[in-house]
Design a protein around this ligand. Sequence first.
Ligand SMILES: Cc1cc2nc3c(=O)[nH]c(=O)nc-3n(C[C@H](O)[C@H](O)[C@H](O)COP(=O)(O)OP(=O)(O)OC[C@H]3O[C@@H](n4cnc5c(N)ncnc54)[C@H](O)[C@@H]3O)c2cc1C
Length: 452
Amino acid sequence: MLGIEESEWMPECNATYKCGITFSGWSTKPGFESYFHPFASMLDNLTMTQFTHNARARRNGLDVEARPDRFFIASYLAKNHMAPKPARNFPFDVWYGYHFDAMLVGKFLQKKAIERGVKYVSCHVDKVNMAEGGDIKSVTTRELGELDFDFFVDCTGFAGILIQKALGTPFVSFSENLFNDSAVAMPTPLGDRIGSQTISAAMKHGWRWEIPLTNRRGNGYVYSSAFCSADQAEKELREALGMLDSPTEARHLKMKIGRVTHHWNRNCLAVGLSQGFIEPLEATALLFIQRTVQNFVDAVEHGDMGEKVREAYNAKINEHFEGTRDYIVTHYKTNSRKDTDYWRANAANPKISPALLELYAIWMSGNSIAPEVGSQRLGKGYPIFSWYCILAGMGIFPDPEHLRKPEGGALYSMEEIDNLLTRSLANFRDQREVLADIPPKAKEPSLQIYFW
Ligand SMILES: Cc1cc2nc3c(=O)[nH]c(=O)nc-3n(C[C@H](O)[C@H](O)[C@H](O)COP(=O)(O)OP(=O)(O)OC[C@H]3O[C@@H](n4cnc5c(N)ncnc54)[C@H](O)[C@@H]3O)c2cc1C
């Protein structure tokens, strides 16, 4: 949308392509110990029906293949460390995301903004001054004194000094739904191959991310401080990474999980962590930033910044937040681990939204979840196929002893699906090779976001 080519920004930000996420160790059900949540592609239209059909058939007691991994090209690419960039003659569009160094992206965008005429000053805001009617009038900065503006964007992270502290916008905590409030991060060397997926591996009191960049692998353990101390978490992370005796320092972070009630309040727009955060699982925060900004730009371009427009705007952003939260909650609620109090408490957590309870009931009844997701806020967070992926991927099906072989065999041949997707792989190359050879001024749009 900004007209910035991958060939320009990706190398500067140590970026890699991302085909999706592998969730490992979240379910203990035999055959479902790990599953893949893909970015879908046009090619998947040839296998999506088979996947949803099989997932529904298995819910109704038929012993058919229903783990998402075997139905999506992205999962084949990820397994083989391939980039989602097919040969030119490949007749399908493939969708994907990115991994990158967020600090470098920040610097890159700052440079671009300044080139395009944005005036940049770096100041510490000591005080926020209010106008008589309740709007923000100005900010008093340490370096430049009082700065008076018509409109303010709060990008102060969890501090939320404009939206929360100055304007007093209420904060809706999600801590009852999502227990994690802390993280510890440390990098490791990349290894021979560059992966094209995020790995989210369950740990004793949370989960661990593994994200390949071009110069290192980012790792972090997201956990709940109610169940695990910072020292315990660091030790468990180091153990998992084989870094117990390494001098590499770990970085500890606290997270505030929830959202403000009004992302656009009076003459202030909150963007990023100042507006809210739903923990890093599924990596949704930067997408929220984009949606927040894009919807705001749309509203401003229509020329109306009045109360009604603001209310509609806030309702829309809140729906994204709540729908996404419910999807993230599902990872925890459907876990079948029994090894720690943390996992048992998550599975037993009664703080589930009514929409989510209804969805689970429909899934268990064996009916289609499409109408429910489509008509509810749930679909504003994640598309229908993602809901299929998570519930099928976690193995939310009748126990194996209650499954029966389909009479006359399965409707769809898994061999044919495997063949189709395996043959398609010939059109893709290893991620390391592709990154070393990003075509200058590639024609592809710089950001693809998938809405189902
Ligand atoms: C553990 C963790 C993992 C994450 N993983 C992902 C992921 O995988 N995918 C994803 O999309 N997002 C992820 N995020 C979220 C993502 O990092 C943030 O959304 C993104 O960095 C934007 O942050 P921000 O600019 O809102 O806040 P910050 O990066 O915290 O920036 C806030 C800035 O405000 C400044 N500031 C504060 N007070 C003042 C003041 N008084 N005066 C002047 N300046 C001030 C601070 O110095 C800071 O520079 C993750 C976040 C965390 C915590």
